[in-house]
Structure formats: structure tokens, C-alpha cells
Design a protein around this ligand. Structure first.
Ligand code: PMP
Length: 428
């Protein structure tokens, strides 16, 4: 249990949260990249009210609902990728658990019961339940529970800022980073590997790290060569946070399974989704006929109605276009204000998922050595100035990197972006 009590939030509207002392905070992190259409949208509130009045709950084993069916169809239409089947769960971690089990059961259905290993990457985050935690790359976070779980083999992330050699071109680095997967598959034994899981744009542990162009195409080739499924975790970067509905649409890669959560219902309800291809569905249809997985609150009608309303608002108000435009403005403002700061080593991101990396020395990009994290100190200064950010400290081969993640709602205005960057600049 935490020993410090956070402020008591009493109301929120637009991109502002009000606490019980009357203090206002600009929500520059959207919570944890959750709030995507801002707080208090009357259209979503009304959709939730109508759904509760019409059908509050019906257990998902016995029933589906109009809201769930309509939302599933909407999500499949929202992406040009061939993702045709959807299952709804309650949170990002649950979505990752379901994706891991789906991959494993897919191989069992196909008569390959030996395939159980899921390869993952250092410096990544896939959730807090034991299965998802064991796939995450923040070893410090999972260490206390190590005796309780089977950890995944982890390859180096695709993170040019930390891992690209000084003499290496970006495309050459992308290939090398992807080839680490093949080496790991051969080490583990291809017939033992079920899937590779990665965040398309890495969020919480690394701070808005987009992949190097060509990286995921190479990853796809390797997965296909060894019959391994590609799971892309878009819990944070999906649902138009980087512009396209799925961030992987910009990578020219077709995943087998995608997870979505945070921006799906934009914080109005707790809901997540697992999307998969017809090929995976077909294996079940031709096999046992059933994916063995379930939670009581899966496909909750009210959560589905909220998510559907949020996704309609994004389309109606063309907020996906706003993400790209405001993302560029945010990047420019950050570079103008902090690009020359002696303790800012990198400013990066895509769309409205952006971060600054804090370093002890700008020239060598040497991180601060404090394990407590400088990001936490900057966060305190931001809150004092009425600004909510998402601080993080990650590790790559023992290197500590502090960053501040920014993920404001997609309808953030230029004036608000200016205020965010001004307060963050002062805090740093
Ligand atoms: N995957 C990713 C990429 C995430 O960013 C998160 C949450 N930060 C999760 C999974 C877990 O989601 P939740 O906290 O909803 O369980």
C-alpha cells in the first residue's frame, strides 16, 4: 500500500482535472495514455446511460449484446488490416493474457503442442498479471515474483537511441535488432516457440519509442519462417493514439493478434480487446471449436457501449487527423523549449505519444545514475505547476533511462499544448 495519499480528484472536463482543494491539473498524460477524447463528453455519458437502462449486464457465456456486436464490427472496419475476430476483456493485462493463451491454443489446435515459449523484448511492458508480467522487459518489476512464474526469453528492443552503434545506419540497425529474434528462436528451438510479443510503439518503460523503419517487416519474415505468431501489444499505442487506428498500420506489417485497451473507451469504462485473423479463428473452427478462456465481466454491455461511443466521437470529430497535426506541433514546441537543455538527451514519439529523455550528460547521453529516477522528481515539479505527466524509468542492459511521457487527449488545443510545454519546461 502506498504511504502517501494522492490528491482527491472530484471532477474532470475537457483536458482538465479538478481536485478537492480546487486545484486544476492539465491532463497531459491522459491518465496513462487512456483519456483520448477528453473528460465529460456528453455523447458518451448519454450512450452509457441508455445502455444501463436497456441492458446492464448479461453473462457472456450465455449471451452476446448489440453493443458488443456493433463494437466488434466497428473495430474490424476501423483497420485495413485483416483482423476479423474480436474478444472483449476488462483490461490491458487481461488482453495480453488472452493473446498469450490464444497463441498457445492455436498451436495445440494445429497439432503442435510443443510450442509454448513466447519471446519478448527488454524495455517493454505488457501488464501486471503474472503471465503478462513474465513477458514484460522490466526485470526489476517482475523479480519479486520470479519464483511464481515462467519468464520469457527477452531480446534487445529496437531502440536506436540506446542501442544503435555509432557507425550503423538506421536501416542496418533495424535489421540487426530484428535478427536478434531469429537467434533467440534457434537458441530456444523453433518447435518450442509459440509467439513473439512486442509493443509497436513502446510506451511506459521506454517512453514513446517508435520502431525503426523495416524492423517489423523483418520480424514478420522471421516469424513466418518458423511458424511463429506475431502478437502486437497496442494497449497504449493503439486506438488512434499515433494517428492510424492501429500503430502497426504505418509499419506495413500484418500481425496475427493485436491487443487494445486504454484509448478504446477513453477512460469512460474499463474494457480491452484482442483482435485476430481469420486464420487463427479457422484453426479453432476446424479443431475443438472453442477458445478456452473467460472472465465474468468480459464483453460487458455498458463498457462496449461506452467504447463504441468513444470510437464514434473519434471518427465524427476527425480526432485521428488531429492526433497527427497536434502531435507535430507538440514535437516542435518540445524541441523549441527543451531541445537544447543540458539534461534532455532525446525528444521522440509519434502522434500524441511523445517523450523527453532525461540525461546526466547531453553529449555522451549518459543517464542519471539514481535508481529512484529523476523522472519522479520532475513529476513532482509538474504536479506543483498543475500538470499531469507520466514519468518512467527503464533499463537496457543495466542502463537506466529516465523519461517523461506525454499523451494528452486527441482534442487537445494549440493553446493547451503551449501551456503543457511551458509548465513541463519550467519543471525540468
Ligand atoms: N500493455 C501495454 C503496452 C501497456 O502500456 C499496459 C498498461 N500500461 C498494459 C499492457 C497493461 O494494461 P492494464 O494496466 O490495463 O492492465
Amino acid at each position: 500500500m502506498a504511504n502517501c495519499v494522492p490528491p482527491l480528484a472530484v471532477s474532470a472536463s475537457g483536458i482538465e482535472i479538478l481536485d478537492s482543494t480546487g486545484k486544476r491539473y492539465l491532463d497531459a498524460s491522459g491518465g496513462a495514455a487512456v483519456s483520448c477524447i477528453g473528460h465529460g463528453d456528453a455523447r458518451v455519458v448519454e450512450a452509457i446511460r441508455q445502455q444501463v437502462a436497456a441492458l446492464d449486464y448479461a453473462h457472456n457465456v450465455s449471451f452476446t449484446s448489440e453493443a458488443a456486436e456493433e463494437l466488434a464490427a466497428f473495430l474490424c472496419d476501423a483497420t485495413p488490416l485483416p483482423l476479423e475476430k474480436v474478444q472483449f476483456v476488462g483490461s490491458g493485462s487481461e488482453a495480453v493474457e488472452a493473446a498469450l493463451k490464444l497463441a498457445r491454443q492455436y498451436h495445440i489446435e494445429r497439432g503442435e503442442p510443443g510450442r509454448h515459449v513466447v519471446i519478448t523484448r527488454l524495455q517493454s511492458y505488457h501488464g501486471n498479471t503474472l503471465g503478462a508480467l513474465a513477458r514484460g522487459g522490466n526485470v526489476a518489476r517482475s523479480r519479486p515474483y520470479a519464483p511464481m512464474m515462467v519468464e520469457s526469453p527477452r531480446i534487445e528492443p529496437c531502440f536506436d537511441y540506446h542501442c544503435r552503434r555509432p557507425d550503423e545506419s538506421l536501416p542496418a540497425y533495424g535489421q540487426r535488432a530484428a535478427d536478434a529474434l531469429e537467434e533467440e528462436i534457434l537458441r530456444v528451438g523453433p518447435d518450442n516457440v509459440s509467439a513473439f510479443i512486442a509493443e509497436t510503439v513502446v510506451g511506459a518503460t521506454s517512453g514513446a519509442v517508435p520502431p525503426v523503419p523495416g524492423y517489423f517487416q523483418r520480424i514478420r519474415e522471421i516469424c513466418d519462417r518458423y511458424g511463429i505468431l506475431l502478437i502486437l501489444d497496442e494497449v497504449m499505442c493503439g486506438a488512434s493514439r499515433t494517428g492510424p487506428f492501429l500503430a502497426c498500420e504505418a509499419e506495413d506489417v500484418q500481425p496475427d493478434i493485436v491487443t487494445l485497451a486504454k484509448g478504446l473507451a477513453g477512460g469512460y469504462q474499463s474494457i480491452a480487446a484482442v483482435m485476430c485473423t481469420q486464420r487463427i479463428h479457422q484453426a479453432f473452427a476446424e479443431g475443438s471449436g472453442r477458445f478456452v478462456h473467460g472472465h465474468t465481466f468480459m464483453a460487458h454491455p455498458v463498457a462496449c457501449a461506452a467504447a463504441l461511443a468513444v470510437q464514434k466521437v473519434i471518427r465524427q470529430d476527425r480526432l485521428d487527423i488531429n492526433v497527427v497535426r497536434q502531435g507535430e506541433i507538440l514535437g516542435h514546441l518540445l524541441k523549441a523549449r527543451l531541445g537544447h537543455h543540458s539534461h534532455v538527451g532525446d525528444i521522440r514519439g509519434r502522434g500524441l505519444l511523445q517523450a523527453i529523455e532525461l540525461v546526466a550528460d547531453r553529449g555522451s547521453k549518459q543517464p542519471f545514475s539514481s535508481t529512484r529516477g529523476l523522472a519522479a522528481a520532475v513529476d513532482v515539479e509538474c504536479r506543483a505547476r498543475g500538470l499531469m505527466v507520466y514519468p518512467g524509468t527503464g533499463t537496457v542492459d543495466g542502463v537506466v533511462g529516465d523519461h517523461i511521457l506525454l499523451a494528452p487527449p486527441y482534442n487537445v488545443s494549440c493553446v493547451e499544448l503551449g501551456q503543457i510545454v511551458e509548465r513541463l519546461g519550467d519543471a525540468v
